[in-house]
Design a protein around this ligand. Structure first.
Ligand code: BJW
Ligand code: ZN
Length: 261
């Protein structure tokens, strides 16, 4: 294997794989995109797993769990403050713009994301289904019923930030062991069952139930295009066309092939 401009050239010709992906998109009647942290990497947001991931520095259960936030809310909020600051400053990369071009070409492009950073919306993707919540608001950890508060710089005058009732706030993201937002999850499952093509970008495919979506799509007879720098449990499943490369480099090539051929 040699690596060139982020795309790995293996036994199959990469140009041919890009063309095949473009053909699948052109032929599709209901296409769905599903994204994970790797999609945001080239905009400057770290992933969770892997060499540069957050979990190299912190334990997932200390930061992304209810027990973690109850035990050390200051640590968890320092982490979210840094991530919120980064997300406000960072811009969607060329891969996002490529998805917007594909959206304009196919007309309808529902996008399911595990990301909480809002970059898809910032880029202009119209139909975003957020499975793990967002960094837009925070709510009372004690569940006092007060309205969610916007997660802006002002709430960080005190760390951890507090609800009007005095309890600690929590970001409105989905932590391990918590249920996903019911309507978003239902819609994601329905789309996985009914689509004929799912494009899966930058997820390690280890966190459920999101990881089940492409498997459901394959089971129902859809094709899957995977874009990831590494192999995942999805890569070798029958029906998957797995492109090894970064979202920021592969997606523009696919969009070009879709829009110009
Ligand atoms: C690039 C790239 C580039 C890099 N271009 N690619 C069934 C089976 C087994 C376990 C469970 C199950 N059902 C539920 C569970 C338990 C648990 C779970 O899945 N655990 C597993 C880890 C074993 N799931 C849950 O608890 C979920 N809740 C739930 O199911 O409720 C019902 C229930 C409750 C209790 C018991 C049982 C059921 C909730 C999951 C919540 C996950 N939360 C987090 C934090 C969100 C908030 C935040 O962001 O701050 O979500 S954890 C973290 O992982 C975050 C991510 O969204 C999520 C997934 O990570 P992702 O996106 O895949 O990122 P990485 O870093 O893992 O991978 C990046 C990929 O990109 C890599 O592959 C790279 O190669 C690639 N890459 N650069 C393209 N430039
Ligand atoms: Zn409260």
């Amino acid at each position: 294997m040699i690596r060139e401009q982020g795309i790995m050239y293996g036994s199959a010709s990469t140009g041919a794989m890009i063309r095949e992906a473009a053909e699948l998109i052109r032929e599709s009647r209901l296409m769905v995109v599903s994204t994970g942290a790797g999609m945001s990497r080239e905009s400057g947001i770290r992933t969770f797993r892997g060499e540069e991931g957050f979990w190299r520095q912190y334990r997932a259960e200390d930061l992304a769990s209810l027990e973690g936030i109850r035990k050390d809310p200051g640590l968890v909020w320092e982490w979210y403050r840094e991530r919120l600051r980064a997300c406000c400053q960072l811009q969607p990369h060329a891969g996002y713009r490529a998805l917007v071009r594909i959206q304009e070409t196919v007309g309808r492009l529902p996008l399911i994301t595990q990301n909480v950073d809002g970059l898809h919306q910032k880029a202009g993707i119209r139909d975003v289904i957020e499975l793990h919540g967002s960094l837009r608001t925070a709510s009372c950890l004690a569940g006092c019923g007060a309205s969610p508060v916007p997660m802006t710089e002002d709430i960080f005058s005190e760390i951890p930030p507090r609800c009007s009732c005095g309890s600690v706030l929590r970001p409105d993201v989905v932590l391990f062991g918590e249920n996903l937002p019911e309507q978003s999850l239902k819609r994601a499952f329905r789309l996985a069952e009914s689509c004929d093509l799912m494009i899966v970008i930058g997820t390690s495919m280890v966190v459920y139930p999101a990881a089940a979506l492409p498997v459901i799509a394959l089971r129902e007879g859809a094709r899957v295009i995977e874009i990831n720098t590494e192999e995942t449990p999805l890569s070798r499943l029958e029906g998957t066309l797995s492109l090894r490369g970064t979202a920021g480099l592969v997606l523009p090539q696919i969009a070009k092939a879709v829009c110009e051929e």
